[in-house]
Design a protein around this ligand. Sequence first.
Ligand code: NAP
Length: 289
Amino acid sequence: MIIVTGATGKLGRRTVEHLLARLPADRVGVSVRDPRKAQDLADRGVRVRQGSFDDPASLVHAFEGAEQLLLVSLDRTGDECVTGHRNAVDAAVKAGVGRILYTSQMGASHGSRFQACRDHARTEDLLRATGLPWTALRNGFYASSALHFLEPARHTGRIALPADGPVAWTGHNDLAEATAAILTDEGCFEGPTPPLTGPAALDFDAVAETAAQVTGRPFTRTVVPDDAFREQTLAQGAPAPIADLLLSIFAAARAGEFTAVDPTLARLIGREPAAFRAQLKHAWTQEVR
Ligand SMILES: NC(=O)c1ccc[n+]([C@@H]2O[C@H](COP(=O)([O-])OP(=O)(O)OC[C@H]3O[C@@H](n4cnc5c(N)ncnc54)[C@H](OP(=O)(O)O)[C@@H]3O)[C@@H](O)[C@H]2O)c1
């Protein structure tokens, strides 16, 4: 059986759908915080068990019988994040899981400028130390994150953000499909995968051009000094750690940590991954309608 955590979230849920297209439902299970949110999966024959990364015993029960486990990383940072991941890795060992796949990120490294990539590196160390077969999916930066940064500019046409660098923005759906492909071809990657990326790396100058092409309206890109961006983010009510986390994305992008474009994702899904332009068009035209 393949067990997926975070199956009520965007990446986990899409991965489950791609698995169900390839496997009978009784070979798929999910470990979710709130089983009511996965009732439709239970109705389709998927094993649904309650599992919280903050409750190790619940995870051991939820991971029972897993030949493979997809650990979807927590949306937290620092020690709080790594502690949750450690709970899950320890529970996987206790439950006798055969292989652990983990949603890491391209650029994962102890020396990364981006906190999340340092957390991923620490989690990869935990996986390595289990002695179990493991795979770290070095996922490209979500295109949805770029759309989030772009949201204030959507109607004003003014993209005012810190200095950046090219990022290989990558779609959730392509990553989910690739994850299902790796899970159903067990053992095709040991340890970290190559970066699983979209087809091109774009900085926000290029994103502005793309937005203008898609909407037919002008978009301007101005560089906001890091300190001013931090102040703005705090003034909008974000806590200081979040403001610093956001800034660190730009610092890492400037250092080229998310710039590599790699053909592995295309090979796994059997087509060119979605371009940022298509994702922008889809997101903006879908919501405008
Ligand atoms: N590659 C990138 O660019 C990038 C960017 C941002 C984030 N990420 C990482 O990728 C992960 C998946 O992305 P996503 O878009 O699918 O995020 P998402 O939609 O927010 O899904 C996160 C999932 O984690 C579950 N979760 C949260 N806390 C939990 C806990 N204590 N115990 C058990 N489950 C818990 C959530 O459960 P509920 O449904 O109950 O809330 C949800 O299903 C994120 O969590 C983050 O670590 C990657």
